[in-house]
Design a protein around this ligand. Structure first.
Ligand SMILES: [Zn+2]
Length: 465
């Protein structure tokens, strides 16, 4: 049996692993590369296998760095089933369509732009029609139930506690009369996070692939994070009399924030306020989250039941159209505006920043990772002035960075999850982290757990198992 690391080896994005035996060939994840210099080339590179010869795909969760190349895979001839949890299937319907829309728009923009004449022949990485085709190949699976995609393999999806629908995938593969259990961690959540359950403990694996996004650091605790959130909002709305602007990823972070704000409101910790969710994708993702409320953790279920019973809660408004979004620009105080994109480089958040960033009575709350080169990063780094739509805007609002809301386990969270294994897997491959971070985490696994076989695979390398 052969395992090939097609992506997320020594880097965070492009998750994809190929498993091959004499009678079987499948992928776990088919993610897009994002945010590096070389991404365009990597996303367009020929697949290292024939998509027509794949039997099926197992998908850990909906994030684009795990799912974003599925439309290309289908367009190039893969016609088999893509297995994912029901919540992941619902989120993908929103996310892959949005991703295709972005691909199409980028090419349109390049064609229209005088500066990018050379790009004029470009075709989109994939189209909306190709995304629709991939969506039709989705097959939903239940957590904890065994599936048999083929006679020599069975699998089980376990809750990974990362985002709604996220899974750790256990696979049992027979090859040459020998059974091997490979566990794919997917992205692992931090224990005690809002909304989702803690990651499911797994007791045994022959071969393990474990993520390491934050394998070299520790997150701030949730109680400390809540204190910061409460202070930033109360100070802005009560003392300064302005607005709070929160850039947030539409899927995951927006729902986390709504839950935390509603919970703080229930405890009487927040002043009167109007919360606006101004992102069509965030609105859809919130509806999907409520549709799958049975997957939420006990605290979230308790809050939802309380809100329903008491008909109470903060005033939350899901902004519908562009006119309503523009009308928000005239609101000078008392509003908490949650909008995308999470890194402020696109979408309606840019308009809200343009109208509030220069006002000292307002506050910008940063709740997620800001990549180098984005508007969000410049604000976090303390720029005195930024350009939005080509217009210089002085930064006079307070800027708070709230650290503890990451959807990924930190070093102790990951080591804690690994600690549930009864004994060391034969091989542990540390993936889904910047190379240096993965190396540091692999060393921690070797030292703290005594798993001497923990290593970081090279991109595109294969191992025979
Ligand atoms: Zn993820």
């Amino acid at each position: 049996m052969k395992l090939t690391f097609l992506g997320a080896a020594g880097e965070v994005t492009g998750s994809s692993y190929l498993v091959e035996t004499d009678s079987l060939r499948f992928l776990v994840d088919c993610g897009m590369f994002q945010g590096g210099r070389d991404t365009e080339r990597k996303n367009r590179a020929r697949f290292a296998f024939d998509p027509r010869a794949l039997d099926f795909v197992l998908l850990t969760h909906a994030h684009i760095d795990h799912s974003g190349l599925l439309p290309r895979l289908a367009a190039e001839g893969f016609s088999g089933p893509i297995y994912a949890t029901a919540a992941t299937c619902d989120l993908l319907a929103v996310m892959l369509r949005d991703s295709a829309h972005i691909q199409e728009k980028e090419v349109e923009w390049a064609r229209a732009s005088q500066l990018h004449r050379r790009e004029a022949d470009r075709t989109p990485l994939y189209t909306l029609a190709q995304a629709e085709r991939a969506l039709r190949q989705l097959k939903s699976v239940k957590y904890d139930a065994e599936i048999h995609p083929q006679s020599t393999v069975r699998c089980r999806y376990r809750d990974a506690g990362h985002i709604l629908g996220s899974a750790i995938i256990e696979t049992w593969i027979s090859d040459d009369g020998r059974a091997t259990k490979i566990v794919f961690s997917g992205d692992i959540g931090q224990p005690m996070r809002p909304l989702v359950h803690d990651p499911t403990p797994i007791a045994q694996a022959d071969v393990l692939l474990v993520e390491s996004t934050y394998g070299n650091r520790l997150h701030k605790s949730l109680p400390d994070t809540l204190k910061e959130l409460e202070h930033a909002i109360t100070d802005t709305l009560k003392r300064k009399g302005g607005n709070v602007i929160i850039p947030a990823f539409a899927v995951g972070r927006t729902q986390d924030l709504l839950y935390l704000l509603a919970d703080l409101h229930r405890q009487g910790q927040l002043p009167e306020m109007d919360i606006y969710v101004d992102s069509p994708m965030a609105t859809q993702a919130t509806a999907i989250t409520l549709r799958h409320a049975a997957l939420l953790d006990r605290e979230a279920s308790t809050l939802l039941a309380w809100l329903q019973k008491n008909h109470a809660g903060p005033r939350i408004r899901f902004v519908q159209d562009v006119e309503e979004s523009i009308a928000l620009h005239r609101v000078k105080s008392g509003a908490v505006i949650i909008s995308a994109s999470g890194m402020c480089d696109a979408g309606r958040i840019k308009h809200h920043l343009r109208h509030n960033l220069a006002r000292p009575e307002c506050t910008v709350l940063i709740t997620g990772f800001q990549a180098a080169g984005t508007l969000g990063r410049r604000i976090v780094d303390g720029a005195k002035e930024v350009h939005i739509f080509g217009i210089p805007v002085p930064v006079r609002a307070d800027v708070y960075t709230i650290g503890g809301l990451s959807a990924h386990a930190d070093r102790e969270g990951l080591l804690g999850w690994l600690g549930h294994f009864g004994k060391a897997p034969r091989h542990t491959f540390v993936v889904h982290g910047e190379r240096e971070t993965s190396e540091i985490f692999a060393a921690a696994v070797r030292e703290r757990l005594g798993w001497r076989e923990a290593t970081v695979p090279a991109p595109l390398s294969s191992v025979s198992l």
